[in-house]
Design a protein around this ligand. Sequence first.
Ligand SMILES: Cc1cc2nc3c(=O)[nH]c(=O)nc-3n(C[C@H](O)[C@H](O)[C@H](O)COP(=O)(O)OP(=O)(O)OC[C@H]3O[C@@H](n4cnc5c(N)ncnc54)[C@H](O)[C@@H]3O)c2cc1C
Length: 501
Amino acid sequence: MKVVIIGAGVVGASIARVLSQYEGLEIHLLEKNADAGLGVSKANTSILHPGHEDEPDKYPLRAKLCIKGNRLWYQWTKELGIPAKWPGELMIAVEEEDMKVAEHYLELAQRNGVPGVRLVDHDELLKLEPNANPNAAGALWAPTAGLLSATMAAPALVENAVENGVRFHPETEVTGIKIEKGEVKGVETNRGFIEADIVINAAGLYSDKISKMAGIDYFTVHPRKGEYFIFDDDAEPKVTKIVHQTPTPITKGVYVITELNGGLMIGPTAQDLPEDAKEDTSTTREGLEFVWEWAQKLIKELPPRSMVIRTFAGLRPEPPDGRWIIDAYDDPWGFINAAGIRSPGFTSAPAIAYYIVEELIQGKLEIKLTRKSHWNPYRRALFFKSLPPEKQNELIKKNPAYGRVVCMCRGITEGDILDVINRMKRMGVKTITLDGIKMRTWPMVMAGTCQGSYCRIRIANIIARETGTPLWKVTLKGKGTEYGIGDIKVLLKEGVKENAE
Ligand SMILES: Cc1cc2nc3c(=O)[nH]c(=O)nc-3n(C[C@H](O)[C@H](O)[C@H](O)COP(=O)(O)OP(=O)(O)OC[C@H]3O[C@@H](n4cnc5c(N)ncnc54)[C@H](O)[C@@H]3O)c2cc1C
């Protein structure tokens, strides 16, 4: 049986990994970008939510799959070597009356079965988080909240799925879906036709467009923007817990977190954009001011603005009424939607994948699947920086590239970069990009104090050398994002040649 999954974000990649556990399937994972995880899954808060923020009556799937996904990530991050931590989360009641809101979420935690959630008073709040606002009334404490390296997740999932037999097709854009006699037959792409008995739509912001191609057009997905600040690694104070405030009609929550990389991050906003603004990841003065104002209410003081090293924005794929569209259809038979997966979509992705395979493919479509006797859940992840000194020495003796530091801020070596390039090639990535390298190194290159001003050119040079690409053609994230560095005369000459063609 042939299965096509459209979109290698965290949702499509999780579905590919879960399906790779079954026998007799030819699984194709299609992605229009040069790499996995360059869509919505790249820019978000990266919180593994405990599962107490969704009303089970209003959002049954979100309520059920978030708590399950949170626990699955506990296992998956270990199997796949994705950096993660589990600091727990404080929903802070800034004013006394906000405690009533916190009580509402305590009740939701009980209804959804989230373990360990309880109210804490002012004193316990400050004991749990000494950098919290010293005037806050109290908080709701949820100990099972975690953080993961969101950028690494989708590439890691795909790498593991490919090791288990999935075929990854980057730079492959789906342009149509072939349907005959009420059944899906395959997908049209910029690289030709791919046959399929089952087509799963996990196309994030574009999942409404893909659904329309299959004739299912009862919904649209619009972008909801979230803007952030990131501070330098040594900016203080740093919170030890995930901190946000009780939701209000104006905001569901600005968070203050200490990223796994080490820096403080504050955000996001939640601004609805028109349907056609699916690529608008610009930051705005108003959005950033809003974040600053709310974050100030949560902790005792923010670091000075001069310590901000980056601002960025992500776009949530927002379905019409907040309800995820996850379903299999009779007409066309074989088409499955995992559409409009807004927050807590990251947390829930592994559970969404099991839901699709168990409840929809095996349940609703009545396709019997048999588990493979041998399936490898593990991904080898080698991070030189995390090794003890004696292991580092051993590695340098075997391969001197590990002795050449490329990224000064984060201590990433040429050996790390070469390892990543080899892994990308094995996974099926056709164009080795700067972002692809960034997403797979740990701690992340080009993301420290210098934001790549020291290491980017060095990494671009390694990519050029290892792939035989002219330096100026090395891209940030695929065609159209050429970094444009190198010999300016070559750049002009090549530019003239291309224009003449
Ligand atoms: C600001 C913000 C904060 C968030 N915070 C959190 C959080 O803290 N915790 C949490 O759980 N969730 C969070 N989320 C939600 C989470 O990020 C998303 O639910 C999740 O990443 C959606 O993944 P996806 O795979 O559906 O979409 P994507 O990652 O966008 O993947 C879809 C893929 O489909 C590809 N594609 C599209 N069209 C085509 C086509 N025609 N052919 C081939 N490929 C195609 C795209 O290129 C893309 O790579 C946040 C989201 C945002 C924006």
